[in-house]
Ligand binder design. Sequence first.
Ligand SMILES: [Zn+2]
Length: 295
Amino acid sequence: MNAGTYRFTVGAIDCIAASDGELSYAPPDFPPAPPLLFVNARDEEVNERLRLHDIRAEQWTQWTSPYVCLAVNTGGRWLLIDTGAAALAPTTGKLLGNLQDAGIDAGDIDMVVLTHGHPDHIGGLTNADGSLAFPGASYCMCRHEWEFWTCGEAEELLDDHLSSVLIGCARRNLPPIRGRLELVDRTTEIAPGVTVFPSPGHTPGHMALVISSGDEHLMCVGDAVLHPIHVECPEWYSAMDGDPEEMVSTRCRLLGRAVRDGALVHAFHFPFPGLGRISRSGDPWRWEPVSLPTG
Ligand SMILES: [Zn+2]
């Protein structure tokens, strides 16, 4: 297994965290990292928090974010959660190669679950020629998210340059899956041990998942947290959060549940493999990443 994949289990369910690469969010397209990630935080508070993480605020001009997807084998079928960004940048689009290194071909994926419709999550749905990247898969998405991106709502609400990139990506990647799509409105068990549920805020129809087997649980929070500091300061939102108030409320609900359930947590944008636990120590919460085998 190479450094782009990390295999683990949730009870009897086999899971593989698979990297799609990373992307640097840098000026002039994006604000510097602190105001990009922590829009509503005071500078002194951010600087103080960054010091605890050994980050120098003035040098942290760009946020280099990992993209970590998840493949889950349940009931003899492979589910893929999010598809990465494909060729959005030279540093992205590594998912298919990494899955292959783990012994999974694109044709082996039976279902693709999309947490939401941003390019780093849906960009890998299609190949460069427009064909489906996972030709044997069905697809699952929250109905509200699908309608937001395909029924004109996004065009009405988003109108800057960045938004045209988001809308263009949705127009390219979503129509091809229309015929094989299951849209969900509420908490739904979509495969044995895999439950999806609406978690709006980052986008209108953002969806999270819980994967359970025996007394073990994995919660996939998608983009309800983008950086480990969001676990410590859950009220700080990012410039990418569509409805900040709703996102903060969703985030607190998800993290609180993960603590109560003693769940392992997967966060798409956290350092590879994006897995850890939420602990309570001083701050409301703290991110404890899984320790990777060395050597
Ligand atoms: Zn994302």
